[in-house]
Design a protein around this ligand. Structure first.
Ligand SMILES: NC(=O)c1ccc[n+]([C@@H]2O[C@H](COP(=O)([O-])OP(=O)(O)OC[C@H]3O[C@@H](n4cnc5c(N)ncnc54)[C@H](OP(=O)(O)O)[C@@H]3O)[C@@H](O)[C@H]2O)c1
Length: 328
């Protein structure tokens, strides 16, 4: 891991961590910005576009250099295009994606090319740094690999995309079967995996393969709703107790992870971001916030000291064998 000091526009010096994104060789900030999920760059949370531009510029000023988006995230690509058109292209990497399926069939090569060109237009860019197949389901993987990866490789040779990635449909594939196949097949430069303290399976099933094959790891769903809204967490833990997945005495019913909040750590959400950022296999943790003060506290959490070892051990003991797609 490298540590850089960045001289910011407002002359504040901050320490930002960067990690190498697998075989891409890109040096990416350990914390990156997502434009989908529940907030979708403010489109679902009512944050007006000028405020989102401010959020993006703050992210860049904090040293974040990777932004994840998708053709399917409402107007996220267009918003990013408008916000970033005045920004030096060397200051950020864009990862975008497209679903490989339309009307229950795999896209044709020409539809994929059209999709990439549409994303480039919306983003107002000449090149996409990381083009990802979005939310690939188990029954879609063969089609992606056989029909679409060769087209993506052609787009790469034409310079329209720089690297090829794949993301999973986490809420249907909690043990990451698609990504395990994808990394073994060695066709992708990056994977985007659902990894959080409630579902730690990627540590055993995906990270070691990525390490062997030098595939970059982008983490999504680090907190989502279950680790950012107390009622959702209480319900999630109640369901796990009800099903006998965790013992009833393992955690309190009210505020079940409140014991993580201590010694200057001010929220379960901050603890949850710390948990995922601490794993060496993780190249970058995507925070899907649309709220400026959340962005700053998430960056502080991810760049600050890790959770105490005894707390991590307790989280491993309670949740370490769960492969349900928890988080929503
Ligand atoms: N299959 C796929 O390819 C796929 C699937 C899911 C996500 N993704 C990508 O990964 C990104 C991240 O995933 P995610 O959206 O699940 O991200 P996340 O960072 O795990 O969760 C985002 C949610 O947490 C809330 N939140 C964040 N920080 C908070 C804080 N400090 N306090 C309270 N609430 C907080 C956000 O609301 P606020 O806006 O109010 O902060 C939002 O509701 C997405 O944006 C997208 O780019 C890809």
């Amino acid at each position: 891991m490298m540590l850089f000091d960045l001289n910011l526009r407002n002359q504040v010096w901050l320490r930002v961590k960067y990690r190498t994104l697998g075989r891409t060789g890109l040096s990416v900030s350990l914390v990156s910005l997502g434009s989908g999920g529940p907030s979708q760059l403010g489109q679902n949370t009512g944050v007006p576009e000028p405020e989102i531009h401010k959020l993006l510029y703050t992210a860049l000023d904090l040293g974040m250099n990777l932004i994840d988006t998708a053709a399917g995230y409402g107007k996220s690509e267009e918003i990013l295009g408008r916000a970033l058109k005045t920004i030096d292209r060397n200051r950020y990497y864009i990862a975008t994606k497209t679903r490989p399926v339309k009307e229950n069939r795999i896209l044709s090569a020409s539809e994929l090319v059209h999709q990439v060109e549409t994303s480039l237009k919306r983003l107002q860019l000449d090149t996409i740094d990381i083009f990802q197949f979005h939310g690939v389901k188990r029954n879609e993987y063969d089609g992606v690999q056989e029909k679409l990866v060769p087209t993506a490789q052609k787009l790469k040779s034409q310079g329209k995309i720089r690297f090829i990635g794949i993301t999973e449909m986490y809420f249907q594939d909690g043990d990451h079967q698609v990504l395990q196949r994808a990394v073994k097949d060695d066709l992708f430069d990056t994977v985007m995996v659902g990894y959080n303290l409630l579902n730690q399976t990627a540590e055993k099933t995906v990270f070691p393969l990525c390490d062997t094959n030098q595939v970059g790891v982008l983490v999504m769903i680090a907190v989502r709703k279950a680790l950012s809204r107390i009622k959702v967490l209480e319900q999630t833990v109640a369901n796990l107790k009800e099903k006998g997945v965790i013992p009833k005495e393992a955690l309190p019913d009210k505020n079940p992870l409140g014991w993580l909040v201590k010694d200057g750590l001010d929220s379960v959400t901050a603890a949850a971001y710390k948990f995922v950022a601490a794993h060496n296999a993780v190249s970058t943790v995507i925070t899907g916030t649309s709220n400026l003060s959340h962005l700053k506290s998430n960056v502080d959490a991810i760049l600050g000291p890790p959770l105490p070892v005894e707390d991590v051990t307790r989280l491993n003991d309670i949740f370490g064998n769960i492969s349900e797609s928890l988080g929503n």
